[in-house]
Design a protein around this ligand. Structure first.
Ligand code: SF4
Ligand code: SF4
Length: 123
């Protein structure tokens, strides 16, 4: 079990979650070189301790508390969170590829402002 970042992070990416995570399992941080180029942030599922601290500060309600609670439209991003590794170019590219495919498949969601996108996940 681990928390999962989903698509309201796209277009928001303010790193508010990073600032409160007690185990530094959300990447890229603003001080990591990948921050400038990644589309979204990722939670390392093996390092997340399921504390829930990242959820309240997220302005887009982008973070779900488990893969099981992640809506069907966002399930592919569970794998994106899982494969991302800071400093690993191939893993970063693979994760970003998963996000890019999600974006391409969900023009409907991408047309919604990030702050309202989570409300559209269940539709
Ligand atoms: S649930 Fe806790 S440990 Fe997991 S990503 Fe959020 S703040 Fe970090
Ligand atoms: S707080 Fe939410 S929108 Fe901001 S970076 Fe984290 S997951 Fe993305």
């Amino acid at each position: 079990m681990a928390f999962v970042i989903t698509d309201p992070c796209i277009g928001t990416k303010d790193a508010a979650c990073v600032d409160v995570c007690p185990v530094d399992c959300i990447h890229p941080r603003k001080d990591e070189p990948e921050f400038a180029t990644t589309t979204i942030l990722y939670i390392h599922p093996d390092e997340c301790i399921d504390c829930g601290a990242c959820v309240p500060p997220c302005p887009g309600a982008a973070i779900y508390d488990s893969p099981e609670s992640t809506p069907d439209s966002q399930k592919v991003l569970i794998e994106g969170n899982a494969v991302y590794r800071a400093g690993d170019e191939a893993a970063v590219s693979q994760a970003e590829g998963i996000v890019a495919a999600h974006v391409a498949a969900h023009a409907d969601l991408m047309s919604v402002a990030p702050a309202e996108r989570a409300a559209a996940h269940a539709k």
